[in-house]
Design a protein around this ligand. Structure first.
Ligand code: LUZ
Ligand code: MOS
Length: 774
């Protein structure tokens, strides 16, 4: 164990920086991260005698289980017990939105990797060995791996959803141009660095505590209670932090925690279950692949008058979050454009893949890829630059989205124009033309990608959070919220809020673990909304405490309450420093028996949505921005590099510039990866082929853009954003969509015969084929 110097380091760092936290604050977790001291599930001190578990999963994508023989596995020395659905005291059901997903398969398996049993042993090694000794006989049933196939066979998760605005059918009559086409965007592996896992320990009276790597502690608590057939108050979920989530742990952290709890329930012993990377890749769902078709109609002056799209979502074998993700696809089907006549439809197609799930953007990126494809197709056919069509249709103040929300504080045109001006788009295009004229073997391509992303859970009732704030006797502050830290820096933001309200140094504040016994009935940390929801609750709790403390100070200093303020750990009256320090004030409050704890509840105002009409005002606000992506394609090899990505991004008034910039850069790289290199592959039998990092390529240091510039758009921020600092987690992922079209433009510069295809990711293989297509 290293000497505990981390606190001192933290102090010196924080004192050395300027007073303005907004400018200078770093993700405070970095200090423990780089020292290897950050705690994850695997770092929990396990109690003596803890058992270890491994999941036995289906080796077929669809079939009837004829026979399973566990006897050899059970006989292996060190194996404690093997649990199946027969050992479940409550319900064998883990579905969140629709109850259609068993924890363990009973008589049928529905995807390759579907959990069938949990092997509990003295060590993980023994449990793995035992897994190999299980004999299973499965009678094959037909396997569906694509959404189209599912549609043909009528295999769906739920009823289709459809949004409409205006009169699309009639609007085509006024169009000078109409184009139709098809697109495909593939799934994406979350590849959180910390794999799925949980550690369950028995407490007294049959109570169980679970340390889980989950974005949704309440979902875990609720599901454990349901499967064990106990009430929720007997189950405590604790989360220190995640080594990445990206949506992959919004719903799909649950089964592993439930399994560990089930074993603990039966054995009255602690059980640890952490998936290894292969098991994680095989057993968990990913971003949804989409097969879509569109029809776009434009006027002579390039106005999009009508747009239709049908989205076939490959949902996998159970609903998971698919219905909500499908809905968000419709919300973002027109991206940052105003289209007066829109008809969109989404079908959640049931296939024999692992249930696909939340992934940064949550169906939004899939919707945006289709309209960007339609625009690229139209531009190519009409013979204009795609950016002329994009520019002619950007959203304006008071335009209506297809779901009825009136666009306010719109920054589509301001961010677009700022990007064009700041980065001098004409010069960039001229340089590219010159380069392409004088280079045969290499071609450059440029694309603009505007974004508009709605902030709030689309399911209105989920938009709430609570914060519990304690001020301790010595003036230090402990904060509990529903926010789960997964690398996005939300804990730092919560500390900033408390430090700012009380005007104390940030090291006087601490964020406690996310725990269901302190903050209950919470929504997952998701939808880019965690800092807004939990931050507003924290702000409310701190402000209530502040009011109380001002009253104490007013009595003590014999000054009116409204003359009191706090600054740098001192009490001021009318801007004059008094003799009362922050710690004195806390002591006085204690003596006066004033409560130094506050619990606040925040629920986003204004939002609503009526699913029977598919209209409403679901989003607190939208985040806007524009990216310019420039690529160079090696036309001999089909490989490509990204020269630069230049972005004007709408942060509102960023409360933590370093953290927010990190979110933009990370999301951009992840979006580019999705669009250009990450290729999930299943074979016809539904077996995952891209089951390792040797066969699944994610962006590395060499493939990220050589140069990323992010300029904050000057705006006044938004009242519903925490301290006017807009949500930043997901929106910038969609800048990555520009990478697809930049490559496509480079291909066009090389091969005039290239017939535009919209089939992501644009891998080097596809680029090569396109370069030489005739
Ligand atoms: N999760 C969710 C999300 O449950 N609802 C949402 O609207 C959402 N949006 C983005 C990411 N996760
Ligand atoms: Mo999400 S895709 O867990 O915000």
């Amino acid at each position: 164990m290293l000497k505990d110097t981390s606190n001192n380091i933290l102090k010196t760092k924080l004192n050395a920086v300027s007073k303005d936290l907004k400018e200078s604050i770093k993700n405070l977790d970095s200090y423990t991260h780089v020292r290897g001291e950050s705690l994850y599930v695997d770092d929990v001190n396990i109690r003596q005698g803890t058992f270890h578990a491994v999941v036995f999963d289906s080796p077929k994508a669809h079939g009837k289980i004829k026979h399973i023989d566990y006897s050899k596995a059970e006989a292996l020395e060190g194996v404690i017990r093997i649990f199946t659905y027969k050992d479940i005291p409550g319900k064998n059901e883990i579905g969140g939105i629709i109850p259609d997903e068993p924890l363990f398969a009973e008589n049928e398996v529905h995807f390759w990797g579907m959990p069938i049993a949990l092997i509990v042993a003295e060590t993980e090694f023994i449990a793995r060995k035992a897994r190999d000794l299980i004999d299973i006989n499965i009678e094959d049933l037909p396997v569906i791996t694509t959404a189209k196939e599912a549609k043909t066979k009528g295999s769906f998760i739920n009823a289709p959803r459809s949004f409409s605005l205006g009169d699309t059918e009639n609007a085509y009559k006024d169009c000078d141009f109409i184009f139709e086409g098809e697109t495909f965007s593939n799934g994406q592996e979350h590849l959180y660095i910390e794999a799925q896992g949980a550690y369950a320990e028995p407490l007294e009276n049959g109570n169980i505590k679970i340390t889980s790597s989950t974005q949704g502690p309440t979902a875990v608590q609720k599901t454990v209670a349901q499967v064990l057939g106990v009430s929720m108050h007997k189950i405590e979920i604790d989360v220190t932090r995640l080594g990445g989530g990206f949506g992959g742990k919004e719903d799909q952290a649950t089964p592993w925690a439930v399994m560990a709890a089930l074993a603990t329930h039966h054995l009255n012993q602690s059980v640890k279950l952490i998936l290894n990377r292969h098991d994680d890749l095989r057993m968990t769902g990913k971003r949804h692949p989409y097969e879509s078709s569109y029809k776009i109609g434009l006027s002579k002056d390039l106005k999009i008058l009508a747009y239709e799209a049908e989205f076939l979502q490959n949902s996998g074998a159970a609903a998971d979050l698919s219905p909500a993700i499908a809905e968000r696809t419709l919300f973002h089907a027109t991206n940052s454009y105003y289209v007066p006549n829109v008809t969109t439809k989404v079908l959640s197609c049931k296939t024999n893949l692992p249930p696909n799930t939340a992934f940064r953007g949550f169906g939004g990126p899939q919707g945006m890829f289709v309209i960007e494809s339609a625009i690229a197709k139209a531009a190519s056919e009409i013979g204009v630059s795609p950016r002329q069509i994009q520019e002619a249709n950007l959203l304006d103040e008071n335009d209506t989205f297809s779901y009825g929300q009136i666009a306010k504080q719109v920054e589509a045109k301001t961010s677009w124009n700022s990007a064009k001006n700041i980065f001098n788009i004409e010069a960039l295009e001229r340089d590219i033309e010159n380069f392409n004229r004088t280079n045969k073997a290499f071609k450059k391509g440029l694309a603009l990608m505007p974004i508009a992303f709605g902030i709030s859970f689309t399911n209105t009732p989920m938009n709430h959070a609570r914060a519990l704030v304690h001020i301790y006797l010595d003036g230090s502050i402990g904060i509990s919220t529903a926010a789960v830290e997964m690398g996005q820096g939300v804990n730092t933001k919560m500390m900033q809020i408390a430090a700012e309200v009380f005007s104390v140094p940030i090291e006087k504040t601490k964020i406690e673990t996310t725990n269901t016994t302190r903050v209950a009935n919470t929504s997952p940390s998701a939808a880019s909304s965690t800092a807004d929801l939990n931050g507003k609750a924290t702000l409310m709790a701190c402000n209530s405490l502040l009011e109380r403390l001002k009253k104490v100070a007013s009595e003590d200093l014999n000054a009116p309450e409204d003359s009191i303020s706090l600054k740098d750990e001192c009490v001021y009256t009318n801007g004059e420093k008094s003799k009362l320090s922050w710690t004195d004030l806390i002591n006085k409050a204690m003596l006066k028996r004033v409560a130094l704890t506050e619990n606040a509840h925040y629920a986003t105002p204004e939002i609503h949505f009526d699913k029977t009409k598919e209209k409403g005002h679901p989003f607190a606000y939208h985040v806007y921005g524009t990216a310019i992506v420039i690529t160079t394609v090696d036309c001999t090899r089909g490989t490509y590099e990204f020269d630069s990505v230049k972005i004007v991004h709408d942060y509102g008034k960023s409360m933590s510039k370093g953290i927010d910039l990190g979110q933009v850069e990370g999301a951009l790289a992840q979006g580019i990866g999705w669009m250009t290199m990450e290729e999930i592959a299943y074979n016809k039998d539904g077996r995952l082929l891209s089951n390792a990092l040797s066969t699944y390529k994610i962006p590395d240091l060499f493939s990220v853009p050589k140069n990323v510039e992010v300029i904050p758009l000057e705006t006044k921020g938004h009242e519903l954003a925490i301290l006017k600092s807009k949500a930043v987690g997901e929106p910038p992922l969609m800048y990555g969509i520009g990478a697809y079209f930049a490559i496509q433009n480079a291909i066009k510069a090389y091969n005039p015969n290239y017939n535009l295809k919209f089939h992501a990711p644009m891998t080097p293989e596809k680029v090569l084929m396109s370069l030489y297509q005739n």
